[in-house]
Ligand binder design. Structure first.
Ligand code: NDP
Length: 245
């Protein structure tokens, strides 16, 4: 079994990669920089980790990733579109510039869309395969101080539906995993703020999520537990999505 995990060098992507390595997948991990965490995985799972530098916002890098998969494996069982970033600086939507908007959406949305398009031939070639898109509760929650992030994640929800509709006839299912507040580098600067909100009851389950919480959802998809589902959303958010009164 072969999987690609974009942004697998740390945080949620690294946890997903490790979960798949435990199942004996060959895992192609991509990110812009190789991390010590990837080196550790290489040492633990000998010959199963295939690191490829790839900035998903760069078309040449996406094509290079597709060539790598094609030449080395010819087929792909699972694509996990996890790579993503927060705004360089949180700014009100009345102040963000077109450059701020392009920077983020080029990675989170355009990058995810075109990585998927580039790898589709290898998913189809497999006969039966799966795509998991890591979106966010920001897909439906308005944060006016990082609107471009919310827009990018709402776009991933539609990307999920589009590829689900287009690829079902080829045996490719597409699932969206929507994390809530997860403890990673991405949330480290706002950890205190989120911990306070959680203690005040923003989520029924009163803790920050861990990367492993998200990885377990992806693992269930990889195991085929969602094979009559496509375009489906899994909320991995401590119950954030539940409206409470
Ligand atoms: P981290 O910042 O910890 O990790 C992000 C990963 O993506 C790294 O491997 C990073 O590697 C990679 N990455 C960033 N930019 C690019 C790029 N242009 N091209 C390729 N790889 C890139 O974030 P998380 O683990 O927290 O987030 C993972 C995903 O989960 C993201 O899509 C995020 O939006 C989503 N998410 C996170 C939540 C959270 O609370 N943490 C909540 C909801 C969703 P490198 O920098 O070397 O490229």
């Amino acid at each position: 079994m072969v999987a690609v995990v974009t942004g697998g060098s740390r945080g949620i992507g690294k946890a997903i990669a490790e979960e798949l390595l435990k199942k004996d997948y060959d895992v192609i991990i991509t990110s812009r920089k190789k991390s010590d965490e990837v080196r550790e995985l290489e040492n633990t799972y000998i010959n199963k980790v295939h690191f490829l530098p790839c900035d998903i916002s760069v078309d040449e890098d996406r094509k290079n990733l597709a060539s790598f998969v094609g030449e080395k494996f010819k087929k792909l069982d699972l694509l996990v579109n996890n790579a993503g970033c927060a705004p360089r600086e949180r700014k009100d939507i009345l102040e963000i510039t077109p450059d701020d908007f392009d920077y983020l959406t080029d990675i989170n949305l355009k990058g995810t869309f075109f990585v998927t398009q580039a790898l589709t031939p290898y998913l189809i070639a497999n006969g039966k395969s799966r795509i998991v898109n890591i979106s966010s509760m920001s897909a439906y929650t308005a944060s006016v101080n990082r609107g471009e992030y919310c827009i990018s994640k709402a776009g991933i929800s539609m990307t999920t539906k589009l590829f689900a509709a287009r690829l079902a006839e080829y045996g490719v299912s597409v699932i969206e995993v929507r994390p809530g507040i997860i403890e990673t580098d991405m949330t480290s600067k706002v950890k205190e703020k989120y911990e306070k909100l959680i203690s005040e009851g923003i989520t029924p389950i009163k803790r920050m999520g861990q990367p492993s919480d998200v990885a377990k959802c992806v693992s269930a998809v990889a195991d085929g537990n969602f094979d009559f589902c496509t375009g489906t959303v899994i909320d991995c958010d401590g119950g954030f999505s539940v409206r409470c009164l």
